[in-house]
Design a protein around this ligand. Structure first.
Ligand SMILES: Cc1cc2nc3c(=O)[nH]c(=O)nc-3n(C[C@H](O)[C@H](O)[C@H](O)COP(=O)(O)O)c2cc1C
Length: 211
């Protein structure tokens, strides 16, 4: 039967057999090559203002989340201590603030203003394409945490950064007074999830930009 086939059909049958045999082998070696690719080193700056320690606890949990991602390293600093090198060497920046009068605290706003006054980000847009994210703590359930996170994200967007969420819709947040004093485990878990997501997105972005 095989011998009665035309030579072109025989050629195609042999070709298909060859492809069926070789493709799985190639697939395995390609996926092995990707699996063997080292995770890119990403630097994540987690920076915050905190007077009574609530936002600092959230910042530490964000930093823990970053550390859980292979290849990611974290720098945890108060906003007033951040240097130009800290800022520009970071692949991602996560900023946390207590809610003051339904918005970010003056210290965090001054930090963003200093991106220009001290660090001169404009006109080159030196923060362009870095990953950014926000977290906040506020005394009351509905008194400005989302506005605070959104204004942090707005400052980042104005700098042409790529903003991501995590934990909650706009970042991670915690209610710290009244019926919900301090920071609970769910809020800490949200902060950790935010740190993990920021590091993962930064790593993916860095891998992509290296190709
Ligand atoms: C000046 C000032 C204004 C505040 N305004 C608000 C507010 O508008 N909404 C709110 O939910 N909490 C407000 N708070 C409460 C703080 O946001 C809250 O206690 C926060 O967790 C403090 O963070 P920290 O412990 O990191 O300093 C205010 C606190 C201060 C000192």
């Amino acid at each position: 039967m095989f011998f009665s086939l035309t030579s072109s059909l025989r050629f195609r049958l042999i070709g298909s057999f060859f492809l069926c045999a070789i493709l799985p082998v190639l697939g395995v070696s390609f996926s092995k090559a990707f699996a063997d690719e080292p995770a890119p080193l990403v630097k994540v700056l987690v920076t915050y203002h905190s007077l009574s320690g609530n936002t600092e606890r959230m910042a530490e949990a964000v930093a823990d989340g970053v550390k859980g991602v292979p290849g990611a390293e974290v720098l945890l600093k108060r906003v007033g201590k951040v240097t130009a090198d800290d800022l520009f060497s970071a692949d991602a920046v996560v900023v946390g603030s207590p809610v003051y009068w339904s918005n970010m605290s003056g210290e965090v706003k001054t930090f963003f203003d200093n991106w220009q006054f001290k660090f001169g980000v404009f006109p080159e847009f030196k923060m362009k394409n870095k990953i950014g994210a926000a977290f906040a703590t506020g005394g009351q359930v509905s008194s400005g945490k989302e506005v605070t996170m959104l204004t942090i994200l707005a400052a980042m967007l104005g700098n042409q950064m790529i903003v991501v969420s995590g934990g909650g819709a706009f970042g991670a947040s915690a209610t710290t007074e009244g019926d919900s004093p301090g920071i609970d485990n769910k809020e800490l878990a949200d902060a950790k999830a935010l740190g993990r997501r920021v590091a993962e997105v930064a790593a993916r972005f860095k891998t992509g930009s290296a190709k």
